[in-house]
Design a protein around this ligand. Sequence first.
Ligand code: ATP
Length: 495
Amino acid sequence: LHEGANFATLLTAAAVRFPDRIVIEDDMGALSYADLDARVQAIAAALAADGIGAGDTVALMCRNHRGFVEGLLAVSRLGADVVLLNTEFPAPQLRQVLDRHALSLVIHDGEFNSVFVKAGYEGRRVLADSQGAPGSLCSLAARHEPAPGPRRQGQIIILTSGTTGVPKGAPRKTPPLAAVGPIATLFNTLPLRSGEPVLIGPPLFHGFGLAFLAVALSLGSTMVLCRRFEADKVAQLLVMHQVKTFVAVPVMLQRLLDIPAVGRFSWSFRHLSTVISAGAPLGASLATRWMDTHGENLFNLYGSTEAGVGTLATPQDLRAAPGTVGRMPLGTDLRILDSDGCALPAGLPGHICVRSGMLFEGYVGGGSKPMLNGYMNTGDIGHVDAEGRLFVEGREDDMIVSGGENVFPLEVEEWLSAYPGVVEVAVVGVKDEEFGQRLKAFVVAGADADFGPETLKGFLRERIARYKVPRDIVLVAELPRNATGKVLRGQLASR
Ligand code: ATP
């Protein structure tokens, strides 16, 4: 890892070491490291001929397939900056982001033509991929002069999901030298082996998916990619490619467990040695159910776009301390601080704050890291147990204040999930004249479940304080989620 290292250099190194290994398996088939390297070179040459180079910013809006990887690596190879666009962006949000970044070029899947037209960025030319494969079309959308000001070189700008406003851009140089400690811990703790197949479930435009693209390239592994997460299809891919490492957000694990068994046949994923869950809270009951069904292979990674890797829990941690997100890696200093920035002792909840070489560099167009006493405040509340294991209690923004009492939805959700037949659950605060806010739960029930709201309330009353029991419990068919599987609580609160 040297200062100029980026995604493109990871590929160059892997293509020399493992030219004949398969790097990507997607719906277009298998692609070798040598072939990917050649394709990236050809695309980079075409982009360079079009005037793209260091100092330009290129946006990428692709689902998980080789086109994403080729676009990202070609732009990185030229030393230009890349903005990774969320494939779920509606036109107005897309426009806000595109306008802010003064882009030279947008590379996107053909399926997003209409959203770009709606956003006022009409495609001008199309660079067809050499196999004429639809998902790998690169469309040159709009061209601006690069913005004046200091030039960044080869940064990857990951966007926050924008649940609370315009998605913020959080740039980082990859991989920063100071991140060696946390990365070394990941490689020491996760049983990853060079060349073994990895299925990356979360979108590659999100920090979590992207991190495992870097891991797979570093290890010379095969990435199994799937444009959209569909449980049946992913189950088939896991078995077909005898996948060893599965990178997932918790709802993906839930959906895989809920695939109905056909007769006496149910899916067995015994070949999986490492399942890494991240991006959203992994409920203790879901973790236990996964390990009871598919073995002791589950790891829980806590982190964020801004902080990078925070902590990692091993299967042993998840058994010994259900609900934990584990311990901090080498080179990361994680503290629980009160609002004045003073460190809190084990057991007491406070702001989860970190200091490490993995932190982002401040938001694009202003907005610095939220700091508290020299540490970056993650915006999450949690506590550490006597053994140094972290527990995330919830996001500060999600806290519900009902009748003067603070409630984190996660705790109530965890208890509700423990009721047999409850498949998914979200708890939000809604306006209440008497209490300021009151709790409302949305519950997705399994096919054979036959309980009603009163049964669930009775179940909760026996387990948690009365003020934490939602006044309203509504059964729904599904929960609204963003592309990384997080429940869109804002949408539920306004229902
Ligand atoms: P937003 O725009 O709403 O901030 P985002 O999608 O950009 O969302 P991310 O950086 O992806 O946010 O998510 C980071 C947050 O997700 C963490 O701060 C934490 O609240 C939650 N999170 C991530 N991993 C875990 C985990 N393993 N356990 C609990 N919470 C987690």
